[in-house]
Ligand binder design. Structure first.
Ligand code: ADP
Length: 629
């Protein structure tokens, strides 16, 4: 029978596993046991709704055998098993989970641990210790069984097989010892026992093995006999049920990594145990980076739900608000019934109480992190800040009070992240509002003419670079009674009374000139007027009303926005102290055609300095050229 080839990525990973110098080869056992436990979970879930599963909870087990002579180690489960297709798909290709961004071009210094981690390690890790692997499996409900076999990169075969019950048996032929590696150890009971204690102690199903020990013969004082015992190697106590003092940070991290398929330790572990109105234990993790699909539709939030140590739901959405969707973990409560259905859960009072309490806890832990470990918090915010800002904006601002102190913005103050509280604490006496400006990057925002002028007055400006930012700020409206205001707002009002008078006089005196300019630009602007708040630039754009130019851009780029063109009320402002003013007046008196062209050019300049693209670049280019020749 011709060998089938592994998919390309799988081949690379396989090659790496086979030739691995990975120091933790021993983790292969954890991976196989965890797959076995998942397979039993799947059958167990099925049994909750499917009467054809006749096994009861106590029947499930993971069984290990080791034979030193033949160098065979087996791991067997009576879980859901695999069909022929599943065998091909699951073991012929790398698990679909995870991102496969192999650091191909950097092969010199491939960070082995990182890469292994990225692939979730999984089944393939067995090739670190075995030179031949067989997988004998029968899917639950199927009459056929199959055997998959591979000795490495040249491929694998799948053939029919005889097997009476559903489940999977992994048969490893352990590699011969080398000078550096004593692979034989993995066939020793003491080693297997210690590896299971180390990595798989919390697995909910018994991991059993027939073991031999020397026991004192009954009735004698010095005669020993060999006794064979069916030993359960794991304590089955879930990690969250162990006393906190017995669980190290590393234990939590390795539990998190294996259960939630992450290659990095969590940024924060939150453990909560309560008794009272709701009796539950929660073990929550804040990841140190966003999962690859976090900002896509595929991402599903939720916590695992356990009833007295038995998992009843893999992703319970109702336990987490959307703005904390990044939190991973589980809740175990003795108040929930084992057979509770999804629909019933939605209305469960107990669950609502738990969700509320978790939300409070997460929020207070984040606040604590912000106060005590700023660097860590900023790392967290880089990964998940957008979600918090969406949280402020969503549900018409219902959650703004609890979230406003968790958000950060970059600001003109040392170009660093600031909280709103810190911003307000730095406000000077003459400053009544919180200034912000929007743009693609802080570098670009800092160049906006209006930002220059606000900074020149000694005020701090928040730099809003994400699409959601201005929407969040507008829903907040104010912080500690200080209103937010976009530096491009027409009513920015940084001017003194004297300046105001001067402005009003200039606007009144040149009413016709300004109107003519507006007419020549067209509907893109609502009006043209003078300003005294620009430092160097001749012109800029500001907006009247709540909708800014930045928001206009975001709203129009949203899917479905094509036919409902949303427009900000734009005002072109001309710097009253700029020499261009006398030129415009002169043209109004002598050459109105030229004034119209100048108006168009000035408008396109205003667009450019605001980070917008002029709609009619070729017309503008021609007009500029006319000026030059
Ligand atoms: P992962 O567990 O990260 O998905 P693996 O490479 O360990 O990746 O396994 C790939 C897939 O093979 C699993 O997702 C599962 O569907 C299947 N599989 C592995 N071991 C077993 C098993 N003992 N019983 C049933 N299915 C299994």
């Amino acid at each position: 029978m011709a060998k089938k080839q592994f998919k390309t990525e799988s081949k690379k990973l396989l090659d790496m596993m086979i030739n691995s110098i990975y120091t933790h080869k021993e983790i292969f056992l954890r991976e196989l046991i965890s797959n076995a436990s998942d397979a039993i979970d799947k059958l167990y879930f099925k049994s909750l709704t499917d009467d054809s599963v006749t096994l009861s909870r106590d029947d499930y087990e993971i069984r290990i055998t080791a034979d030193k002579d033949s160098r065979i180690l087996t791991v067997e489960d009576n879980g859901i098993g695999m069909t022929k297709d599943e065998l091909e798909n699951n073991l012929g290709t790398i698990a679909k989970s995870g991102s496969f961004d192999f650091k191909k071009d950097d092969s010199e210094k491939v960070d082995e641990i990182d890469v292994i981690g990225q692939f979730g390690v999984g089944f393939y890790s067995a090739f670190m210790v075995a030179d031949n692997i067989k997988v004998e499996t029968k899917a639950f409900g199927s009459d056929e069984a199959f055997i998959w076999e591979s000795s490495g990169v040249d491929g694998y075969t799948v053939k029919p097989f005889e097997k009476d019950r559903a489940g999977t048996r992994i048969v490893l032929h352990i590699k011969e010892d080398t000078e550096d590696e004593k692979y034989s150890e993995f066939l020793e009971v003491y080693k297997i026992r210690s590896l299971i204690k180390k990595y798989s102690d919390y697995i909910h199903y018994p991991i059993r093995m027939l073991t031999e020990s020397q026991k004192l013969k009954e009735g004698t004082e010095s005669e020993y006999e060999t006794v064979t015992e069916d030993e359960t190697l794991n304590s089955m106590t879930p990690i969250w049920k162990k006393p906190q003092s017995e669980v190290s940070d590393e234990d939590y991290a390795s539990y998190y990594k294996s259960k939630f398929s992450d290659y990095d330790a969590p940024l924060k572990v939150i453990r909560q145990k309560t008794e009272g109105s709701a009796d539950y234990t929660a073990l929550l993790f804040i990841p140190s980076h966003a999962p690859y699909d976090f900002y896509s539709r595929e991402y599903e939030k939720g916590l695992q739900l356990y009833s007295s140590g038995v998992m009843i739901m893999e992703k319970c959405k109702d336990l987490l608000p959307d703005y904390f969707s990044f939190v991973k973990g589980l809740v175990d409560s003795s108040d929930l019934s084992l057979n509770i259905s999804r629909e019933m859960l939605q209305h469960d009072r107990q669950l609502k109480i738990i969700a509320k309490a978790l939300e409070k806890k997460i929020s207070s832990e984040l606040k604590k992190m912000l106060k005590t470990d700023r660097e860590k918090y900023e790392k967290f915010f880089d990964a998940f800040g957008t979600t918090l800002k969406w949280g402020i904006y969503s549900d018409f601002g219902m959650h703004k009070d609890s979230l406003q102190d968790l958000i950060l913005f970059k600001s003109s103050f040392e170009q660093k992240y600031t909280t709103l509280e810190e911003y307000v604490s730095r406000m000077t006496e003459s400053q009544s509002k919180i200034y912000y400006a929007t743009g693609e990057s802080i570098e670009k925002i800092a160049l906006l003419p209006q930002v220059e002028s606000v900074l020149a007055r000694g005020y701090e400006v928040l730099y809003l670079t994400e699409d959601i930012d201005e929407f969040a700020v507008q829903i907040l409206r104010s912080y500690q009674e200080k209103e937010f205001i976009n530096v491009t707002a027409e009513n920015l009002d940084l001017t003194t009374d004297e300046e105001k008078e001067k402005l009003k006089a200039a606007n009144d005196e040149n009413k016709e000139l300004l109107e003519m300019m507006k007419e020549s630009i067209g509907d893109s602007v609502n009006k043209v007027q003078f300003t005294v708040s620009l430092k160097n630039h001749a012109v800029c754009l500001s907006t009247e009303g709540a909708l800014s130019v930045g928001m206009e851009k975001v709203l129009n780029s949203m899917p479905g926005a094509e036919d409902q063109h949303i427009k900000a009320q734009t005002v072109m402002e001309i710097n009253l102290d700029h020499p261009i003013v006398s030129k415009l007046k002169e043209l109004y008196a002598s050459d109105q055609e030229k004034l119209k062209n100048y108006s168009k050019i000035l408008y396109s300049q205003a667009q450019l300095v605001s980070g917008l693209t002029p709609q009619n670049p070729s017309e503008i280019a021609d007009l500029i050229c006319d000026l030059m020749v």
